[in-house]
Design a protein. Structure first.
Length: 421
């Protein structure tokens, strides 16, 4: 038996035995879920003895749900996540054909999980394509409900596409459509409210964790009224709501314009000395380069959905790949949070013991931190790093490591647990 997590005045109230709904997922989701839970349970026992424990509660989604209920995402599952606030899930396969475009997107939209949080760090011993992966320590805040996830598209030849084309040309006077008769259309909604709540949480996250900077990543040089607005709203919010805690590049540029380079540099250095979070912005393509060349210049990243997709995968590759990258979908206002493996279902290796459970385990670590159980979270991180350092790994990392020992999914979980104890 367990108890419900509740939220009171924006603060989570976590009992010692919180009920955690979980979805095993499709493909390798069934392989990695139980081993991951065993690791988390062992870390909690090590940190707190018998005083704290997670009460796991399986809920259905994906293929298993469809076979039992005829629905890939039953209403009962959504109700359980709403009731218990915090949950975790394995990878889900998007159904082929009509209906839900993506189960993952449906969960995020229904619960308004507007933050996709992806922390990216390197574990000693993990192969990396960059020279100094230890310098990578970033936290990506990707907007989760707008931009391309709003899903407004019209296919060429469709009646709606023709109406939209005629409206743009005849009513709005658009002349930029090069081949109007064969053009499909997509709309990317970027709202002030949606941008502000994401950026606000990113800045607060940096302040709470004493992180040095927040980088607004955008393509506002081209898309001035969507991505450019995202940048400007971010600076406005930082300067209006966090004046005592931040120093923005816009302020720096204004000082430089009014007083000169030396005064501006002094102001920036003083801001860093006093521990203020530096708010800056970088064009997306420049960021993808700069994050490789100067990863230490970026700490918290705040960006829109599509940019966040690109950035998340590149940064994950810098520290070993998406197979060991955790993720969470969070609404900091309502308290709803679903932590998830960030990789796919990999049906070709399901049931073979080859799956790496690290992404789901590390997402569980994020969940422990969200609950305030930081001691248990640290036990998992330390134990996992020991496993990587000893080169005792699953098949994906084994193929990239010399002198490694090949472990199955279950054996890798056992290795982590032995390191905990």
């Amino acid at each position: 038996m367990g108890s419900k997590i509740i939220i009171n005045n924006g603060k989570l109230q976590v009992p010692d035995n919180p009920i955690i709904p979980f979805i095993k997922g499709d493909g390798i989701g069934k392989d990695i879920t139980v081993p991951s839970q065993r690791v988390l349970n062992a870390a909690i026992e090590k940190a707190y003895g018998d005083s704290k424990k997670l009460a796991w509660k399986e809920v259905l989604a994906g293929e298993k749900a469809y076979k039992k209920t005829g629905n890939y995402l039953p209403e009962d599952t959504l109700a359980e996540f709403k009731k218990y606030l915090v949950g975790i899930k394995g990878p889900l396969q998007t159904p082929v054909g009509g209906g839900i475009r993506s189960l993952n997107v449906a969960l995020r939209q229904t619960l308004d999980l507007y933050v996709c949080l992806r922390p990216v760090r390197w574990f000693k011993g993990v192969p990396s394509p960059i020279r100094y992966p230890s310098l990578v320590d970033m936290h990506i805040f990707r907007e989760n409900t707008e931009d391309i996830y709003a899903g407004i598209e019209f296919m060429t030849g469709d009646e709606k596409a023709q109406k939209f084309r005629d409206f743009l040309i005849n009513e709005m006077g658009s002349t930029q459509i090069r081949f109007p008769e064969t053009t499909s259309f997509g709309i990317k909604p970027i709202s002030k409210e949606g941008s502000e709540r994401l950026i606000r949480d990113a800045i607060q996250y940096a302040i709470d964790r004493n992180l040095p900077s927040v980088t607004l990543v955008h393509k506002g040089n081209i898309m001035k009224f969507t991505e450019g607005a995202f940048k400007n709203w971010g600076y406005d919010l930082a300067e209006n709501e966090f004046e005592a805690d931040v120093f923005t590049w816009r302020q720096y540029e204004n000082i430089q314009t009014e007083k000169g380079q030396i005064d501006a540099q002094k102001a920036l250095e003083e801001a860093k000395k006093t521990g203020k979070v530096i708010i800056k912005d970088v064009i997306t393509d420049a960021f993808l380069q700069d994050s490789l060349l100067h990863p230490y210049d970026h700490s918290v990243i705040a960006t829109m959905n599509l940019n966040g997709d690109y950035v998340s995968d590149q940064l994950a590759a810098m520290v070993g790949g998406i197979g060991i990258s955790p993720g969470a979908n969070i609404n900091y206002q309502s308290g709803y949070a679903i932590f998830e493996a960030t990789h796919g279902t990999a049906p070709n290796i399901a049931g073979t013991g080859k799956a790496n459970p690290s992404s789901l385990i590390l997402s569980g670590v994020m969940m422990l931190e969200y609950l305030g159980w930081n001691e248990a979270a640290e036990h998992v991180l330390d134990a996992m790093e020991h496993a990587f350092s000893k080169r005792r790994v699953t098949s994906d990392l084994y193929a990239m490591m010399e002198g490694a020992t090949l472990l199955t999914t279950t054996e890798f979980a056992d290795e982590i647990i032995s390191n905990i104890h």
